[in-house]
Design a protein around this ligand. Sequence first.
Ligand SMILES: NC(=O)C1=CN([C@@H]2O[C@H](COP(=O)(O)OP(=O)(O)OC[C@H]3O[C@@H](n4cnc5c(N)ncnc54)[C@H](OP(=O)(O)O)[C@@H]3O)[C@@H](O)[C@H]2O)C=CC1
Ligand SMILES: O=C(O)CCC(=O)C(=O)O
Ligand SMILES: [Mg+2]
Length: 745
Amino acid sequence: MTSENQKIIYTLTDEAPRLATSAFLPIVRTFAEPAGIDVETSDISVSARILAAFPDYLTEEQRVPDNLAELGKLTQLPDTNIIKLPNISASVPQLNAAIHELQQKGYAVPDYPQDPKTPEEEEIRDRYSACLGSAVNPVLREGNSDRRAPKAVKEYARQNPHSMGKWSMASQSHVAHMVEGDFYAGEKSMILDHGCDARMEVVTASGETIVLKEKVALDDGDIIDSMFMSKKALLEFYEEQLNDARDTGVMFSLHVKATMMKVSHPIVFGHCVKVFYKDAFAKHGELFDELGVNVNNGLADLYEKIDTLPASKREEVVEDLHRCHENRPELAMVDSARGISNFHSPSDVIVDASMPAMIRIGGKMYGADGRKKDTKAVMPESTFARIYQEIINFCKTNGAFDPTTMGTVPNVGLMAQQAEEYGSHDKTFEVPEDGVANIVDCSTGEVLLSQDVEAGDIWRMCIVKDAPIRDWVKLAVTRARASGMPAVFWLDPYRPHENNLITKVREYLADEDTEGLDIQIMSQVRAMRYTLERAMRGLDTISVTGNILRDYLTDLFPILELGTSAKMLSIVPLMAGGGLYETGAGGSAPKHVKQLVEENHLRWDSLGEFLALAASLDDMGRKYQNPKAKVLGDTLDAATGKLLENRKSPSRKTGELDNRGSQFYLALYWAQELAAQTEDAELAAHFAPLAEQLAAHEDEILTELSEVQGKSVDLGGYYAADVEKLQQVMCPSETLNSTLASARG
Ligand SMILES: NC(=O)C1=CN([C@@H]2O[C@H](COP(=O)(O)OP(=O)(O)OC[C@H]3O[C@@H](n4cnc5c(N)ncnc54)[C@H](OP(=O)(O)O)[C@@H]3O)[C@@H](O)[C@H]2O)C=CC1
Ligand SMILES: O=C(O)CCC(=O)C(=O)O
Ligand SMILES: [Mg+2]
């Protein structure tokens, strides 16, 4: 690679990360330039993706390129180096809000047809499906995942522990999951011994064949699974759990991932809302249908639709809804001050973040009165829910974990090529009629996997490819070797899919040099217990997991260990040789944007972004023999360590140091580290004046950064903010801006 094409592609995403990046990019460019590294941006925000999907609805000037598709191609090239911050995985309400904002701005993109009636509407819905739910990560994550807390970050957390709630043996909090009729219960799985195209079809009782998916391309060695969730069993389960929560006086909460599991979980969520309010639905069901109410989009959708009714009718409906609460348990709240419950929107409570938050504060969630209470955490799908019950049991017995002493739990996650459930959205269906659900080899007609299903059941097919499994095993061995930690594969032999994985894991482990390494395979509940026992004693254990547990555990352990998963290093070594560097494991923190807009204080911590950039630079240095890049990476890591030591992370409180102030210190320390290092005299000479200038102007810059706080700001939009306004708000210190500019060529 020549110096001309040494390039970092920096993605622009949504919400708080987008804000933070606006402030960080001038710093990144200032530091990357002397090492001959270009920093190119690529907007993959939900609004940019919407615009890219509808060029024919836009004027020439309004059109934007399909950046995500472009990046997807680049993941297949060995030179690629992408930094990716969290982005919105849009639920339908979020998608609608983004569309509405764009329309208001004069972009004539069409409305989202939730229930398409014409071929044109179907075509529009298909185009929008590329913007809905988790649409970015699966395209870019063409590798497995390596997430961990770097030593300096772990050490900082040990010295400066975050608060932890108390656990009591008497806690009534628990997890409720289905024990029959869920995806786990009747799962079937096989390892293919030949490649083929398969179709998914339901053969109804009357003998009619309904093809749900014409073609799924499969390869020799793929593990494929067929699983379904029974609607009947799900409704019974909800009724039982609601009654149990009411009878035992515990709050009710529902934890799903409707953003990522964009087809199945909104349905699972919607059924819960309907069961909770079943009397109101029994009485007003027809009216709700006429109004087009779809509670898969949350109770907010219902309230919005009944708003169109005459006042007296609306009041009657609202009264009937309220009356349902008399026979139901108290509901966990998302925002008790504003009366927003767990049912308001399917994207308000996202299981990977919501369960750790509950566990961290002693197994509680907030009730309508704003108080913390014990809760029944309902996760219908049992496959992974049991790990949360295991940690709850552990905390009840042993008390809360102590961040000053607890061990660390890094993760190596199977993720590449849309592995497992997280790649199943285009192969997930609500079954139209009772019958037999078959996965059929198109060329021979052989039925590969078969299930008896009923109308309304959710049926899906999952795939994991062979090459990613081999790569995942290799990555686990590499991490075990590099860290000296034991590595545990969390695989359950009683689950057909994981049993097949175990076969392959054993085979591929045999190909690796595992001499002296401690590598074990345990079912998930045992793995959790083993890991927790060790963590409590200060011992570290790598979790090696499938895709869903990757997601769950990389919020759970960092939140307990570090207070937030934002402080994780999150690397995706792309299978084609490139690197995708993500920032932490957390979300895009909509609450933080609200605080910025109202009070001009951004509490988002960019630590994950600093760690990601250092890893990206380091990789560039090694791959392209660019010693300057390596020096930049090392000094950035050192600066990040200093930032932690000197407690220059953003504060949550308006008026104190925020994200922008924290970034100023990062720039100062980075310049100082570069000036002080002796490996590259040119870089030292280049950055010495910047280090001096930044230090000399510290007070002035901090004053300029804090003066702006406390007042509301206008970003010119939420999903599609005005770029200039964004820049002005995020870079308010003229002194810092000009000092950085003077160091650039
Ligand atoms: N990789 C990705 O692209 C991901 C995207 N998402 C998307 O993000 C959105 C919101 O997700 P949700 O799961 O609700 O989580 P949030 O983004 O709201 O994060 C949960 C909480 O974690 C804390 N937090 C997270 N990141 C940081 C940070 N960098 N600095 C400081 N605190 C942090 C905040 O706590 P506090 O408010 O107390 O300060 C925040 O409210 C959704 O649209 C979801 O789809 C979610 C996960 C990953
Ligand atoms: O893609 C998403 O929607 C969420 C991803 C996520 O939560 C994670 O990777 O930890
Ligand atoms: Mg996650």
